[in-house]
Design a protein around this ligand. Structure first.
Ligand code: PMP
Length: 296
């Protein structure tokens, strides 16, 4: 268990030790998962793609009809103060906004109730060197989530159940399938490679528009790597030469077995493939440049 330095949280206008943060049991986040969230990775005390995270937060808030309580400048000021106060360099800043706490349990939006705004920062958990070098195992499961997976809401029970399936199987991730097509992982986006072409599903209502995934799409375009954004059939994923996951915590992480079978054929079977390794290198170079010189 990582010890969080006190002072690493923010609740409704106050910076305070995480252990002192308290919300009502009638908070709608607790009762209904009626809330939005974000997780911003921080490298060497620089928040990575903070504008994109705030834009996605606004997309979620608009989608669930919850007024954004802060301007971008206000959000950034809160995030920057948390980052500065923490005693670790690489961090995960968590932001959650719920529709607040009424004095009764009524599903309808409570008039005049302020939202609950909660942030805290913790050390960024990144893949281990071993995971990066040898890749990870994944399983598949049906995607049982609702129809607006593009909103990053705290209603994560289906994701939690999917993730636990992976843990039970000794795997790193569960990749979800809906109607015979790949959607995404329980907390990651998924890319496949077939015959040198990178394949990934379109960012529709059934997947989260990943910030890391968008970096990968930009890098593929910048390096003229063949890429097709289109629905990916289950069989195409199972026959893929390479598979990788993206997320703010996992970055670019190779999947080397799927449902117990090695990914890929021949000498590369069961190993991180060349396209995955190249994309990982491009990603690291890009991120390091951004951290040094700001976003291009
Ligand atoms: N899909 C889901 C369901 C997720 O929870 C996440 C993690 N936020 C992602 C994809 C990856 O998104 P990002 O790259 O922005 O972390």
């Amino acid at each position: 268990m990582v010890q969080l330095k006190t002072g690493a949280a923010y609740l409704n206008g106050r910076f305070l030790p995480l252990a002192e943060a308290r919300v009502s049991p009638l908070d709608r986040g607790f009762l209904y998962a009626d809330g939005a969230y974000e997780m911003i990775p921080v490298y060497s005390r620089h928040a990575f793609r903070v504008d994109e995270h705030l834009r996605r937060l606004r997309h979620t808030l608009d989608g669930i009809r919850l007024a954004d309580p802060h301007s971008d400048a206000e959000w950034k000021a809160i995030v920057e103060r948390l980052i500065a106060d923490a005693d670790f360099e690489d961090q995960a800043v968590y932001i959650q906004i719920t529709r607040g706490a009424d004095d009764q349990r009524d599903p309808c939006f409570p008039p005049g109730v302020p939202p609950t705004v909660f942030l805290f920062t913790s050390p960024l958990v990144r893949p281990t060197v071993a995971q990066r070098e040898t890749g990870v195992a994944a399983i598949t499961a049906p995607d049982i989530r609702w129809g607006r997976c593009d909103f990053k809401t705290t209603a994560l029970l289906a994701n939690v159940l999917a993730r636990q399936l992976a843990a039970d199987a000794g795997c790193a991730e569960t990749i979800m399938l809906r109607d015979g097509y790949l959607t995404e992982g329980s907390s990651t986006n998924v890319f496949a490679v077939r015959d040198g072409v990178i394949l990934t599903p379109p960012q529709d209502h059934l997947i989260l528009p990943g910030i890391t995934s968008n970096v990968v799409l930009e890098l593929a375009a910048a390096h003229r790597a063949p890429l097709e954004i289109r629905p990916v059939r289950e069989e195409e994923m199972r026959m893929a030469d390479e598979l990788w996951l993206t997320s703010s915590g996992k970055e670019i992480l190779a999947v080397v077995t799927l449902d117990g079978r090695p990914v890929g054929q021949g000498a590369n079977a069961g190993k991180p493939g060349p396209v995955t390794r190249r994309m990982h290198d491009w990603f690291c170079a890009y991120r390091d440049e951004v951290m040094r010189h700001g976003q291009r």
